[in-house]
Ligand binder design. Sequence first.
Ligand code: AMP
Ligand code: ZN
Length: 114
Amino acid sequence: MTDCLFCKMVNGEIAPDKVYEDDDVLAFNDINPVAPVHILVIPKKHISTLNDAEDEDTMLLGKLNRVATGLAEKAGFAGEGYRVVMNCNDAAGQAVHHIHLHLLAGRQMTWPPG
Ligand code: AMP
Ligand code: ZN
C-alpha cells in the first residue's frame, strides 16, 4: 500500500532500525520505546487491522508470534518474561494501520494495561 508507513519500510523507502527479516516478516526497534526492549514485528503483507486478517493469513499471524518469541529468547528474556501486544483500532490505541506485534521486555509489566 503506497501511503502506509510500514509498507514503506518493507519496500525500502524508509529504513527502519532492523533487527530481523525473512521473506514474510520484518522486525525493527520502535522509534518511541516504552520498555528497554520494544520491537515491532510486522508482516510484509499489508493487513490494516486484525479485523482484516483472513483465514489465509493464519500462518502469517502465527509466524509473527514465533519471530517475537525468538527475538525475546535472543535478547535473554525468555525466562524472565516479556509481553506481546497487538492493538486493534482506536479504543486500543492503534496508530499505524498495518498490523504489528509489539514485543516488550526489560521491565516489570503492569496488569491490566492502561
Ligand atoms: P500502535 O499504536 O499499536 O499502532 O503502535 C505504533 C507504533 O509504531 C508506536 O509504538 C510508534 O512508536 C511506532 N512507530 C511509529 N513510527 C515509527 C517509525 N518510523 N519507526 C519505528 N517505529 C515507529
Ligand atoms: Zn502497510
